[in-house]
Design a protein around this ligand. Structure first.
Ligand code: FAD
Ligand code: HEM
Length: 373
């Protein structure tokens, strides 16, 4: 298989931008109308999530060994979209038709064969992984909202109780869907360590023009039933053999998974000191400070430092979370979470300040989960 030819051809196709998903979905729905019901109702108003990722992942087939754990997770997670084995050839055909359309003369029999083989390999890993868990794990869990609060403008703190046992690690996230936005799924991080009563907490920030975040913040109510996909992610992992104290740096709702890590330390016993810097633009956006301050009073190993960047009258620490955090750095493991911009700039600053890269653990709230590849 000529992996370079796959990558080069995908790069050429991707140059056509939004035309590509438009063509792909027309081909898919024309050839296999039954697949239309798997996708959100108003697709035109949302960014493409599948096609770009599909081309990128398949054209990286030369790294398939390395990608296997991700593909298995993706395959298992695709059950939440009601994808079954029979759908894979349909998507493969639509992908090939799309490539042929945009590549014109460059679409040769050899290239067609390579794409077919590469797609089949990736699809096989995904559908095998889905089949392996289909008897033991539901495609999604249902979580009844038992509390919904909006402690700051545009931010909701939601607690939901899941219908079956749900095993996850602090620092992980899950894909969530709400009945007001059928078949629209987005990732949200758990803001708690696992509890006996099978409840999870989510912190959701409403994004301008956001399809699901607006529904979760403004529309969701107690009693609504969320759909919750399998837990994913291993970037913010606090293993017991990781030595030393922790410095946690949160931007906005990036606080959620870091608060889960604080709870993990709390449940495992206070073997380390934890400093958590909670960044926000204004003091009004420090939505969870009361709960954190209460934890700090109860647990002397925990130090909570709010950092406000855009409020000259704020009486506490002013500045970006990372600048405030660097003043507290004394060799700890550093965990960072926030928007893509916040996470990238924080990591850059930490590296510049001499924090060793192996001590930096970060995750970012990108809107493109297909970027994992
Ligand atoms: C692993 C992971 C964990 C996440 N955890 C959380 C969490 O705990 N809490 C939380 O609030 N969010 C979290 N997110 C972000 C979340 O998944 C959604 O991307 C976000 O809520 C927007 O979804 P939407 O449907 O409202 O917006 P969309 O309809 O998908 O997007 C609307 C517009 O907003 C832009 N956009 C999308 N996301 C953002 C963003 N985060 N910031 C600025 N602009 C954006 C899009 O590019 C688009 O232009 C996480 C993302 C990932 C990948
Ligand atoms: C090689 C095969 C495939 C790959 C690599 C792939 C990859 C992806 C990725 C990375 C995403 C975004 C993840 C997310 O938002 O959770 C996605 C979304 C999706 N995929 Fe797949 N996929 C494949 C096959 C399929 C098949 C066979 C179907 C069935 C028709 C399917 C249906 C969907 C749907 C419905 C979405 C959500 C789209 C949206 O919200 O707009 N995928 N896929």
């Amino acid at each position: 298989m000529n992996a370079q030819a796959l990558k080069d051809s995908w790069r050429l196709v991707a140059r056509s931008g939004d035309e590509v998903p438009l063509f792909f979905y027309s081909a898919l729905f024309l050839m296999n109308p039954e697949t239309r019901d798997l996708f959100p109702v108003a697709m035109a108003s949302q960014r493409d999530r599948l096609v770009g990722a599909l081309g990128r992942i398949v054209s990286n087939v030369d790294r398939v060994e390395e990608l296997v754990p991700y593909l298995q997770q993706l395959g298992r997670d695709h059950r939440k979209f009601a994808v079954v084995t029979e759908h894979y050839p349909a998507v493969g055909r639509a992908l090939l038709a799309t490539l042929e359309h945009f590549l014109g003369d460059r679409w040769t029999p050899a290239l067609a064969e390579d794409w077919t083989k590469a797609y089949s390999l990736v699809a096989q890993v995904m559908s095998d992984a889905a089949a392996d868990v289909s008897k033991t794990t539901p495609p999604w869990w249902e979580g009844e909202i038992i509390s919904h609060e909006t402690p700051a403008l545009g931010i909701a703190v939601i607690r939901a109780r899941l219908n079956y046992q749900y095993v996850f690690r602090p620092g992980q996230s899950a894909s969530i869907s709400h009945p007001r936005r059928p078949r629209v799924w987005r990732f949200y991080s758990f803001a708690n360590a696992p509890r006996q009563d099978n409840t999870i907490d989510l912190h959701v920030r409403m994004v301008d023009g956001g399809v699901l975040s607006a529904a979760l913040v403004m529309g969701a109510r107690r009693g609504d039933v969320l759909r919750v996909g399998a837990p994913v992610g291993d970037k913010l992992k606090l293993s017991p053999d990781m030595p030393g104290d922790l410095l946690l740096i949160a931007g906005g709702t990036g606080l959620a998974p870091l608060k889960a890590l604080v709870e993990q330390v709390m449940y495992e016993g206070p073997s380390r000191k934890v400093d958590i810097v909670v960044g926000a633009r204004t003091s009004r956006e420090l939505y969870d400070l009361d709960a954190l301050s209460k934890m700090a009073v109860e647990h002397p190993w925990l130090n909570v430092v709010p950092a406000v960047s855009n409020d000259p009258y704020y009486r506490g620490a002013r500045g970006n979370a990372v600048d405030v955090a660097l003043q507290a750095w004394r060799g700890q493991q550093v965990f960072v979470c926030g928007s893509t911009e916040m996470a990238q700039s924080t990591v850059g600053r930490l590296l510049d300040a001499g924090v060793p890269s192996e001590q930096i653990h970060f995750d970012e709230f990108t809107s493109d989960k297909g970027g994992e590849s």
